[in-house]
Design a protein around this ligand. Structure first.
Ligand SMILES: Nc1ncnc2c1ncn2[C@@H]1O[C@H](COP(=O)(O)OP(=O)(O)OP(=O)(O)O)[C@@H](O)[C@H]1O
Ligand SMILES: [Mg+2]
Length: 350
C-alpha cells in the first residue's frame, strides 16, 4: 500500500543551500510533510556547474540522514544562464505528436549549442493572432549539466525522476498560491546566491523568462572585502547580526551599495520586457530566494523599479501541521519557492 503514490521530494540544490520540501495531497489541497534547509560550503557549485561532486553528494547524504526522507524519488531543477535556453517561438500550427517528431529540426536555429548536446522539451502555449501559427515555449538544456546533477543525486542514494527548470518551478509555486487576473503582468523574481531567475506571467501564463548569473554572493563578497571578515561572518552580517567590530548599520550601507548591480540587471530586464511588449505594465513583483530576506532589499526593488514588491509566500495555500515551527517556516518561506514548485510535480508530468 505504501508503495503507491508516495509522492516525491522537491530538491532545490542551490549553490549555497539545499532546500527540500515534500507535500502530501489531501482532498485536493496540500499539506506540508517535509521542510529542510541545509547549508552548503561555498564553491561546490559555481555558475550552475558542480565543481566538487563528492562533497555535494556527501552534503546530500547528510541532509537525507537528518530529515529521514520517506521516499527516494526526487524532483530536481537546473537554472538558466549558461546551460539552459528557454525561448518563446512561433511555429506553424501542428499537434503535440507532430511537434515531438520535428522539434529537433525546429529548434536548431534557436539553440546556440550542437543540437546533439542538448535535451529538448517544449510546451504549446496556444494559437497566435496570425492564422496558422502557434506559440511554443522551447526548452533546451545541455546534457552534460543534466548528467552532472543526476549522477550526484543518484550517488546520494536518491532517484531523480524529473529534472525541472527553476523558473517553471516558480510558476507552479505561484499557481497554487495566487489568483490570476486576465491581462495582468506579474514578475516572479527569485534571487539566490549566484542566480537571478525572472519569469513574467501574463494572466497566469508565462510570457518571458530570463536567468542571470548574479546574486547575493555580491553582498557577501563586498562585506568580506570591506571589513576583512570570513565568509561565515559576512553571512551573519547579512542576517543583521553584529560581527567582530562591525555593526549591522555599517554592514547595511555596504549591502545597499552592492545591491546596485543586481538592481540594474533587474531594471534592464523589466525595460526589455516593456519595450518588447509595447509598454505593457508590470503590476507586481513577487520576490523569492534568500536575497528577499536581506533587510531593505524588497524596498530597494520597489523604489528602483516603481513596482510594488511583495515577498513570496510559497506556503500560503499549504496546510502546515502542528509538528512544524510555523514562524520559522514563514520566515524562511521565500527561500523555498523553487523547492515548493518542484514538490508539486508528479511523475509523468512533462
Ligand atoms: N536571513 C537571511 N538574511 C539575508 N540573506 C540571507 C538570509 N538567509 C539566506 N540569505 C542569503 O541568501 C542566499 C541564499 O539564497 P538561496 O537559498 O535562494 O540561494 P541558492 O538557491 O543556494 O543559490 P543559487 O540558486 O543562486 O545557486 C545566500 O547568499 C545567503 O547569504
Ligand atoms: Mg536557488
Amino acid at each position: 500500500m505504501f508503495l503507491l503514490n508516495r509522492g516525491s521530494i522537491g530538491l532545490d540544490i542551490g549553490s549555497s543551500y539545499i532546500k527540500t520540501v515534500k507535500l502530501k495531497e489531501v482532498k485536493g489541497s496540500y499539506e506540508l510533510e517535509l521542510f529542510d534547509v541545509h547549508p552548503l560550503p561555498p564553491e561546490l557549485i559555481v555558475d550552475g556547474s558542480i565543481i566538487d561532486s563528492l562533497r555535494l553528494a556527501d552534503a546530500l547524504k547528510e541532509m537525507i540522514r537528518n530529515v529521514k526522507v520517506s521516499t527516494k524519488d526526487a524532483v530536481i531543477s537546473i537554472a538558466g544562464h549558461s546551460s539552459v535556453i528557454i525561448k518563446r517561438i512561433s511555429l506553424p500550427e501542428m499537434t503535440e505528436e507532430e511537434l515531438s517528431e520535428s522539434i529537433k529540426f525546429e529548434a536548431e536555429q534557436y539553440v546556440p549549442f550542437d543540437i546533439e548536446d542538448v535535451n529538448l522539451d517544449f510546451q504549446i502555449i496556444g494559437p497566435k493572432e496570425e492564422p496558422g501559427q502557434m506559440d511554443v515555449i522551447l526548452v533546451a538544456v545541455k546534457k552534460d549539466i543534466i548528467n552532472e546533477y543526476i549522477s550526484v543525486v543518484k550517488e546520494a542514494g536518491l532517484n531523480p525522476i524529473i529534472v525541472d527548470i527553476d523558473s517553471f518551478a516558480l510558476e507552479n509555486m505561484y499557481g497554487i498560491n495566487y489568483e490570476d487576473e486576465p491581462g495582468r503582468n506579474v514578475a516572479l523574481l527569485n534571487i539566490g546566491a549566484s542566480t537571478i531567475n525572472l519569469s513574467i506571467l501574463k494572466g497566469g501564463i508565462s510570457v518571458f523568462t530570463r536567468d542571470s548569473s548574479l546574486g547575493s554572493n555580491l553582498h557577501t563578497e563586498a562585506l568580506q572585502r570591506e571589513f576583512n571578515v570570513t565568509h561565515e561572518n559576512a553571512e551573519r552580517l547579512k542576517r543583521g547580526e553584529a560581527v567582530e567590530n562591525v555593526s549591522p548599520e555599517d554592514a547595511l550601507s555596504v549591502i545597499e551599495a552592492a545591491s546596485d548591480e543586481i538592481l540594474s540587471e533587474i531594471i534592464r530586464s523589466f525595460d526589455y520586457y516593456r519595450s518588447a511588449t509595447l509598454h505593457e505594465d508590470i503590476s507586481e513583483v513577487i520576490l523569492s530566494g534568500g536575497c528577499a530576506l536581506l533587510q531593505n532589499f524588497p524596498g530597494l526593488i520597489s523604489e528602483r523599479s516603481g513596482i510594488e514588491t511583495r515577498i513570496a509566500e510559497p506556503f500560503r495555500n499549504i496546510r502546515i501541521p502542528k509538528k512544524f515551527d510555523l514562524a520559522y517556516i514563514q520566515e524562511m518561506g521565500s527561500m523555498m519557492a523553487v523547492a515548493v514548485g518542484l514538490a508539486l510535480r508528479k511523475q509523468g508530468d512533462r
